[in-house]
Design a protein. Structure first.
Lengths: 118, 104
């Protein structure tokens, strides 16, 4: 049911790592910053979309080994991303990303920075 | 219209719902209010914010004012979508790399 005003992205991936490990990669700030907020200068290839320049993440909620939600502030756009994980029965993890533009939760929970801006 | 105004206009759940209802077709403020617990001044306020943000447009038909989606606003939503549709696959590649580097 895609409407032309829909501003959400839903993606699902299969990961080889076990859910508990994926959980740490999604929630331990040091790990999160290595994939979701990549330190500048690490890559020789320039970022196509240079999102990192004003990219702030804040934790909204976390259900251990299940679901974690973050607000993302990218320039002026506030959005909410929900990462959901579950065992896929083959030792790996089914990982889904639901990313929505400008939900009310983003504003009411815009509190603790996950990580101070570098 | 600034980026801030645009995204603030969409950040309010009521305004977002009003905007989504207009996606079904143009409507006057009275019809729009149906199903919303909103006073007429409150609805007018929301419509003004949406219009200032470039998300909706209005057209006067005598005493009746019809509101409709502004295609430019929809285009900006699509820009956001295409930006993040490109963003996530590359992030997930990095996540996979990180998972390889992490201790069990």
């Amino acid at each position: 049911m895609t409407r032309k005003t829909d501003a959400s992205i839903n993606l699902t991936y299969e990961l080889d790592a076990a859910p508990s490990k994926v959980w740490r990669a999604l929630t331990v700030p040091e790990y999160v910053s290595r994939w979701l907020k990549r330190p500048t200068g690490k890559n020789e290839v320039p970022e196509e979309n240079a999102l990192e320049s004003s990219f702030e993440l804040r934790l909204i909620s976390a259900d251990p080994d299940t679901r974690v939600r973050y607000s993302i502030k990218d320039n002026d756009a506030v959005s909410v991303v929900t990462f959901q994980i579950g065992a896929n029965g083959r030792g790996g993890t089914t990982f889904s990303i639901e990313h929505e533009l400008a939900m009310s939760a983003a504003n009411s929970n815009w509190q603790q920075p996950l990580r101070a801006a570098a | 219209m600034s980026e801030i105004e645009f995204f603030k206009a969409l950040a309010d759940p009521t305004r977002r719902a009003v905007f989504e209802r207009l996606a079904d077709g143009e409507m006057n403020a009275t019809d729009l209010r149906q199903g919303f617990d909103l006073s007429q001044p409150a609805m007018s306020q929301h419509l003004a914010v949406l219009r200032t943000a470039g998300l909706i447009a209005e057209q006067k038909h005598g005493r009746n004012v019809l509101y409709r989606i502004n295609p430019d606003g929809v285009a900006r939503i699509h820009q956001w979508l295409s930006r993040y549709n490109a963003f996530w696959p590359s992030r997930v590649d990095d996540l996979k790399q990180l998972l390889k580097e992490m201790d069990q």
